[in-house]
Design a protein around this ligand. Structure first.
Ligand SMILES: Cc1ncc(COP(=O)(O)O)c(C=O)c1O
Length: 384
């Protein structure tokens, strides 16, 4: 009997802190105050402190965070925003949502984040902002990106949806650009019990603008200063997130320990292991290996109940949704190579060493069987 090993185990996390979560939800329900209120403010303050920034504005999702950040910066029709195609679609959807055009550049082949060397060539007079994505929890090269952006007067918006508590040169993500956008989608490193997100910034004017935009452009109930959005952070979600936030350091440490353990145990087994950039402490939202036999390895793991995943199999520039950009296969070679070969192994703070050993054993078994198939003349292909 093969024990199922999920990609992430939300149930285990809930069980580990159930009384605190239940009490937090009960307080909101008892008060019957479901929109804004003290829980939202309290969470914003503690999350800002956690990120080491002056302001945090809770919103309804990571997608809303990106959209409102762009709106607050004045990005709109006729503008271009540079980002990567190796990310979740929300990064580029937000650019389209404000009427601007996404311009995709390739990623660094080692860290899978925006390649600063590609940035200058993509800048035009219409460019207003760049959105580096801290993909899989690894911060992008914020020094080079920041320098180029400053030289051209561009805003930098961190897509930190996967990188809560990651550090770059001992600074937490969330304060490394003009604004940062977080997702608290349930499976994220800090996850709500539904959709939720936040924007962080050190700029009080941008924070104020986002506060207005998320709540129908109003400060007073029936006075709307701007046309905004209904994208507030739910009070219940804020209460849940506030109950979880004190555990984030321990959860991040557990992810780091498991990631280091994966790298130690998988060394020399024929797959490309994740590389960590110097001065960076990733949050290890995902532990992503690469192999040319990705689909066969994925099927092998699934056959034994291990839920590995692919993030992301089709780059955004090759998605039907972005066909109007006119980019074809070959346009972003590193992005396309990574999309074809990447595989996310299960990783979550509650994962036991025994569970991890099983995943490692299956990867090693696959590799050994593949090697035997290659090295034994006339042998049947290994059934892995
Ligand atoms: C890199 C990235 N950006 C943006 C988002 C959007 O966040 P949400 O799902 O909360 O809208 C996600 C999450 O799914 C993501 O992984």
């Amino acid at each position: 009997m093969n024990e199922r090993i999920p990609l992430v185990d939300l149930r285990a996390q809930y069980e580990s802190i159930r009384p605190a979560i239940d009490a937090a939800m009960e307080r909101v329900i008892e008060r019957a105050g479901f929109i804004m209120g003290p829980e939202v403010r309290a969470f914003e303050e503690t999350f800002a402190a956690e990120c080491g920034v002056a302001h945090c504005v809770g919103v309804s999702s990571g997608t809303a965070a990106l959209t409102l950040a762009l709106r607050a910066l004045g990005v709109g029709a006729g503008h271009e925003v540079i980002t990567v195609a190796h990310t979740f679609i929300a990064t580029a959807e937000a650019i389209c949502a404000v009427g601007a055009r996404p311009v995709f550049v390739d990623i660094d082949p080692h860290h899978y984040t925006l390649d600063p060397a590609q940035l200058s060539a993509a800048i035009t007079p219409a460019t207003r902002a760049v959105i580096p994505v801290h993909l899989y929890g690894q911060p992008a090269d914020m020094e080079q990106i920041g320098e180029i952006a400053a030289a051209y007067g561009l805003a930098v918006i961190e897509d930190a949806a996967q990188a809560h508590a990651a550090t770059w040169r001992q600074r937490k993500v969330g304060g490394l650009g003009h604004m940062a956008c977080f997702s608290f989608y349930p499976g994220k490193n800090l996850g709500a019990f539904g959709d939720a997100g936040a924007i962080t910034t050190n700029d009080p004017a941008l924070a104020e603008q986002v506060r207005l935009l998320r709540n129908h452009g109003r400060r007073d109930k029936y006075l709307h200063e701007q046309v905004g959005y209904g994208e507030r952070l739910d009070t219940l979600q804020a209460a849940i997130l506030a109950a979880k936030l004190p555990h984030l350091p321990a959860w991040t440490a557990a992810r780091r320990r498991l990631a280091a353990r994966y790298s130690r145990l998988l060394a020399g087994c024929g797959v490309t292991l994740p590389a960590v950039a110097s001065g960076v402490e990733p949050a290890w939202h995902l532990y992503v290996i690469r192999t040319p036999r990705r689909d066969a390895l994925l099927a092998h793991l699934q056959q034994y109940g291990v839920e590995a995943g692919v993030h992301y199999p089709i780059p955004l520039h090759l998605q039907p949704a972005f066909a109007q950009l006119g980019l074809r296969a070959g346009a972003l070679p590193v992005t396309e190579a990574v999309a074809a070969t990447c595989l996310s192994l299960p990783l979550y703070p509650e994962m036991s060493d025994a569970q991890q050993d099983r995943v490692v054993g299956l990867v090693r078994q696959f590799h050994t069987a593949s090697a035997q198939a290659v090295h034994t003349p006339g042998a049947e292909p290994a059934r892995v």
